[in-house]
Design a protein around this ligand. Sequence first.
Ligand SMILES: Cc1ncc(COP(=O)(O)O)c(C=O)c1O
Length: 390
Amino acid sequence: MNSFPQKLHDKLNDRKNNQAIRTLKIPNNLVDFSSNDYLGFSISEKIYERTNHLLQSKNLKANGAKGSRLLTGNHSLYLETEEFISTLYTQEAALIFNSGYDANLGLLSSIPQRGDIILYDDLIHASLRDGISMSHANAYKFKHNDLKDIQTLCTRIKNKRHVSNADPIEIYVVTESVFSMDGDSPDLNTLASYCQENNLKLIVDEAHAVGIFSLGLVHQLKLEDKVFATILTFGKGLGCHGAAILGSKLLKEFLVNFSRSFIYTTALPPHSVATIYSALQQLKLESEKEDSEIQKLNSNILFFKNELQQLDLDKHFIASNSAIQCCIISGNEKVKNCSEALIKEGYDVKAILSPTVSEEKERLRFCLHSYNSEEEISGVLKTLKKVLIQ
Ligand SMILES: Cc1ncc(COP(=O)(O)O)c(C=O)c1O
């Protein structure tokens, strides 16, 4: 057997020494405060049945797509689903990718061109960062959710360009509507207006807003015309898998031609696309009806925040109106111990360690769901209170 390189051994050992080694675990059946299945769609029988019905009615009995979408993989359901998504989201076009990771990689690595500028929030997801690092554009980060910092960077860029009298460039601003590790949001209305007034191209990742803020925040705030590209992911609030980029027809045409993570990969099998279609139909229904899963989730978010205040725990938490609520507990070892103590009492709450978040900002990340009961929410927070004063 080949020996494993010493440098790689050293990196693994560093992770172990920092209490940050990652291991694969089988999911438990504790009270779920950690999955991204915000509305319980991953186990919805309605979605499962609708998917099967759809596949049967179209006589789509394939296990796989047989190739990339540009070759043999572009089955009819893809086109219908993209049409359904663009109509639902009142956008000109939608393009499905195999995952949110692929969508972000493919978008950021292909759209900004050499000489263009990308301004990105300090806390954006790894998939957006990886796309940016593959781009030939110049990238600068701005302080988290800080429009003033974007304005300062823009002024600096303008002054520099004025002096050098350079060719026209595009400036892209990249953010999330709900941040995956903090659960907070930018002031999207103000940011979108600023971008429109200053001809900046705004890109918004909606991974953790879909299903929490109805169909997503860009749609809810009617910002479609002010946003250059919106990323929806289907593995979280929709409980299945895949992603879509929404925007103009030209954006779609460009991505089909230049986005490498779209072009050079086998397409999703018909079953996955049918599940996306069915889950989106369910989300549409939920967004229109009374006593929906969306409303149950939002009342759980309010209840959680209310309990935080009652128990005087809010000072430990990052302010958030979303389904992601984070309690800062500095130090990998300390936060892991707190997570284990909650797990022992039956609550699945994950510790988020550095380097996933920055040092001193390690945290317990509570993901709330429509199916969590108020009793479970009170229970986990009372247990947390005990664990924090130990
Ligand atoms: C903000 C954000 N964008 C993109 C992704 C990637 O999505 P997917 O899981 O579909 O690859 C994630 C997943 O963790 C995320 O949190």
